[in-house]
Write a protein that binds this ligand. Structure first.
Ligand SMILES: [Zn+2]
Ligand SMILES: [Zn+2]
Length: 210
């Protein structure tokens, strides 16, 4: 939903540039929307992994984590460059993604600026719980995969979740921040896209897929 809001914000903000042709204007709008999307995805990544602005965030990581299927391309043939660092998202700060095509400039705005349609604190907490839970499920998947790789285990071999604690990968098993119950396949994950996740949360909407 917030991406739609960003899109409308950009459309209304850039629809009065006048001099350029309709096609060039559309390309510019699309390019800037893409730059904005990359900014939002980089910030999402920071939030999910509890990183700080300035921490390394390579654009390829955003693809690997499945936020986007591939890196966007400027519709006018401009070249994209990235700071490769977690953006602050603050108004006037350096944008995470830039396009070198003339006029394709994007500048972050204060994402958390109070708005009329700002989500209520309750739904904000719901969203954060969900993001945190998904990050934890993802972490368990990656730890289980790491354990398999280190020990040359075949996918499907027995791997109780307690082994990940006993082996020292994590101090204790994570708990759903919204009170959902975690269950584990207790088998070495294949790590393949769409495979059954190693860890599962039964709280409504808390789905994670490798
Ligand atoms: Zn562009
Ligand atoms: Zn959960």
């Amino acid at each position: 939903m917030s991406l739609v809001v960003v899109g409308i914000f950009l459309l209304s903000g850039y629809s009065h540039s006048g001099y350029s042709s309709e096609g060039a204007k559309n390309e510019k709008t699309k390019c800037i929307a893409q730059l904005s999307l990359m900014e939002r995805m980089a910030i999402t990544h920071l939030n999910l992994y509890s990183l700080n602005s300035g921490d390394p965030v390579m654009p390829a990581v955003l693809v690997e984590n499945g936020y986007i299927s591939k890196l966007p391309v400027c519709p006018s043939g401009g070249n994209y460059s990235y700071t490769n660092k977690g953006p602050s998202g603050k108004k006037g700060s350096e944008p995470y993604a830039s396009c070198d095509h003339k006029g394709h400039s994007y500048s972050p705005y204060q994402a958390d600026k109070p708005k009329k349609n700002q989500p209520s604190p309750a739904s904000e907490k719901t969203r954060k719980d969900k993001a945190k839970c998904a990050a934890q499920l993802s972490l368990m998947e990656r730890l289980a995969t790491a354990h398999c790789n280190i020990n040359a285990m075949d996918p499907g071999s027995p791997l109780p979740s307690t082994a990940l604690v006993n082996e020292g990968y994590i101090k204790k098993l994570p708990a759903c921040p919204a009170g959902g119950n975690y269950s584990y396949t207790n088998k070495a994950p294949s790590g393949k896209k769409g495979a059954t996740p190693y860890a599962h949360c039964d709280h409504k909407g808390h789905t994670y897929s490798p």
